[in-house]
Design a protein around this ligand. Sequence first.
Ligand SMILES: Nc1ncnc2c1ncn2[C@@H]1O[C@H](COP(=O)(O)OP(=O)(O)OP(=O)(O)O)[C@@H](O)[C@H]1O
Length: 263
Amino acid sequence: MDKFVQLQDVGMAFDTKQGRFVALRNVNLDMAEGEFVSLIGHSGCGKSTVLNLVAGLLEPTGGVLLCNNRQIAGPGPDRGVVFQNHSLLPWLSCFENVYLAVERVFGAKEGRAKLKQRTHEAMALVGLTHAEHKHPHEISGGMKQRVGIARALAMQPKVLLLDEPFGALDALTRAHLQDELIKIVAQTRTTTLMVTHDVDEAVLLSDRIVMMTNGPAATIGEILAVDLPRPRDRLALAGDPAYHAARTAVLEFLYRREMRQAA
Ligand SMILES: Nc1ncnc2c1ncn2[C@@H]1O[C@H](COP(=O)(O)OP(=O)(O)OP(=O)(O)O)[C@@H](O)[C@H]1O
């Protein structure tokens, strides 16, 4: 397997008022180019911390992270991040929100026409051409998330990092956006790391599911390869024993091996 993203013995400790808090220890993970990997685990185990380390928003206190054989030393346009709360600028239209990111990455080399073309293409990729002129308050939560995905993809990142991108959406909208994401990553072949709480979402979208142990000092407990053919269709998978086997394996891990008392 080629190693496009590498986490080598990564550890993360935070200094808090109560002292040092070890969130992660010995996290080792290689992702191949074009691979879709989900991170799943109980609340507070350190999923977002792993994602933020790959994004370069945090610096590890142990180990090293590499992207395309280069050490990750801060955020960069090769890694596009989408958070649960879209984080769009409310005073800009959807088009302008995406354009801003495009300009930041390509503005030094390309003229306005080309930058606009890139922005239109990204909006089309998420099916939002008709809403380009709208402002964030004029569109639904699902549409905002799609703008966030368009903004990340418009930068043509080598790696797409999704932190519970559909967590705040209703079940039907979430299903719809999952189906769209399946198509988008099939089209763009972007290497993707997604944090999720949703077992079905993880099985439907992933090539591999990384299951994390409970914190503190969380680490990778098991990794499940999801050997379901692509393109995947949620209705067809509903009757597929392999789908149910994968789902059961994740549930077993979460609720038998890593049982957690409700807070
Ligand atoms: N900046 C910080 N300072 C101190 N502790 C932190 C900091 N960031 C995260 N933590 C702690 O590290 C642990 C992992 O947090 P993280 O947000 O990565 O978990 P998570 O699995 O993404 O949680 P959730 O599923 O609830 O979003 C938690 O115990 C959290 O309180």
